[in-house]
Design a protein around this ligand. Structure first.
Ligand code: AMP
Length: 182
């Protein structure tokens, strides 16, 4: 039987790498969390409890780290998984959304057939910072007809207000832990 780690124990497994990818950023690295068998499994179980409470009928995760947690949560919950992809990766006609980054823009794409009309889809990612990525994912899923009223993240950086922005867009946000700063 695997041990269930507390959120405090999980937080201790996240490695902080200063000045990555650029000076001043504290990169919260989940490599060390997912490399720990009980740490990874417990994070997934904690997220799956939140997804069950939210009544999620499907989980959507953003490339790439959202795939790690999102896919595992979907299996734990017994529902399907929707990959939200970087441009040009899907072999079918896609729908896409452009969103602003600190410098420039980025784009997310999905297969519009991946969700049914009105299906309750929960967004799962490793971390929410400014919320730009998660907001774009919510917009995209809604364009495809999904009902998106919940999202769950392993880590929140509350100083960047992403969770607040998502809540203002009608998405209920749950997180396992938070770190101060950006
Ligand atoms: P955002 O769109 O600003 O909410 O950024 C969210 C995405 O960027 C997440 O998918 C994270 O994987 C990544 N990210 C942003 N800031 C950090 C950070 N300080 N440490 C680790 N990952 C980050």
């Amino acid at each position: 039987m695997r041990a269930d780690l507390s959120v405090e124990e999980l937080q201790a497994l996240v490695r902080t790498v200063p000045d990555f990818p650029k000076p001043g950023i504290q990169f919260r690295d989940i490599t060390t969390l997912i490399g720990h068998a009980d740490g990874f499994a417990s994070s997934v179980r904690h997220l799956a409890v939140l997804a069950k409470k939210a009544g999620a009928q499907k989980i959507a995760g953003m490339e790439a780290r959202g795939f790690i947690f999102g896919a595992a949560v979907a299996v734990e919950l017994g529902v399907g998984f929707v990959p939200i992809r970087k441009p040009g990766k899907l072999p079918v006609a896609t729908i896409g959304v452009e969103y602003d980054l600190e410098y420039g823009t980025d784009r997310l794409e999905m297969d519009p057939q991946a969700v049914a009309e009105g299906e309750r889809v929960m967004i799962v990612d490793d971390l929410i910072a400014t919320g730009g990525t998660a907001l774009a994912a919510a917009q995209l899923l809604r364009m495809a007809g999904a009902s998106v009223d919940s999202a769950a993240f392993v880590i929140d950086l509350p100083d960047l207000s992403g969770a607040q922005k998502l809540r203002e867009a009608g998405v209920d946000v749950s997180v396992l832990m938070h770190f101060d700063g950006d």
